[in-house]
Design a protein around this ligand. Sequence first.
Ligand SMILES: C[S@@+](CC[C@H](N)C(=O)[O-])C[C@H]1O[C@@H](n2cnc3c(N)ncnc32)[C@H](O)[C@@H]1O
Length: 333
Amino acid sequence: MSLPSAELPAPLSAAIEARLEGRAQTMLRERARRLSEGYRARQSTLETIRDEADALAYAATRMPATYAAIVTALGRLKEACPVFAPRRMLDAGCGLGAAAAAAATAWPSVDEIAFLDRSALFLRFATELMKESGPASTIEAIQADFAEAQAIEAAPFDLVVVGYALTEIAESKLPAVVDRLWAQTSGALVIVEPGTPRDHARLMGVRSRLLALGANIIAPCPHQAPCPLMAPDWCHFSVRLPRRRAHRLVKGADAPFEDEKFAYLAVGRFGPDAPPSARIIGPRRANKIGVSLKLCADKAFRETFIPKRDKPRYEQIRRKDWGDPLRAPAEEI
Ligand SMILES: C[S@@+](CC[C@H](N)C(=O)[O-])C[C@H]1O[C@@H](n2cnc3c(N)ncnc32)[C@H](O)[C@@H]1O
């Protein structure tokens, strides 16, 4: 099964580009520069995005990348659980709705979307963009702070996705937030975070918490045991996305693509159909005589070299890359 395209769906790009039209390029570029400085300084979105122009700069320069990472993580969930077909989904910390758009791409069955954010500006924007470009027939906007002890007043959702939002939650509040999100999940919960050592470490804390609550790990880990990686190593993935013209102009960048690094965790009330024996957790390094792979396998982390002359083993991994699951028995990889 191939992963969904990492590119923003054309109707969504068109809806964003229509809003960028007529806005001064220099102003948008300045907002985008401030935005990335703010995120680099670990400011929250609330501090960084203060008005519509900031939100537009986010739409042009960050949303294509967060969408690409989220749709890839959802593709991994779909690959592991091909019969799962969510209908109601919650996009928690929705921003402009990248996770809802990604879920609608991954599963045409999604027809009811709830956006949750503490920002009224984002909720309005996400709702408008989805109405203009998405297939969902029912859209609800919930203005709430999910770090506060208020219940989310909605029945549990088939799918809950949190994209690049837990990273903004204080460490002390994370366990309660995770408990709340899990309580809202009747099917699967997917968390996508920036691919940094800090966010990986926090995600592993979240993973332990979810395991204690009875969740099944679906991806990326091929097992339910404690994460075998030791700092300073960390588990993250990468997705290449094309930069459309508006993206390049507002970012002031020439390259026609960028690589987004992300960490993710997909858990469920159900487990994967057939757990893989391993997952490739680093870029493949190939040379004339074979390929080196970094694997999370068999509850342990290991590096393996597969020479080309070992034809049966080489054949199994020839087309595999960073992020892919492997299904061969662990001792054969
Ligand atoms: C970096 S943006 C990510 C937006 C979107 N999910 C994406 O992937 O493009 C983080 C979002 O989480 C929201 N957020 C952060 N903390 C929140 C909280 N405690 N309650 C509700 N929303 C929150 C912010 O308002 C912002 O929209």
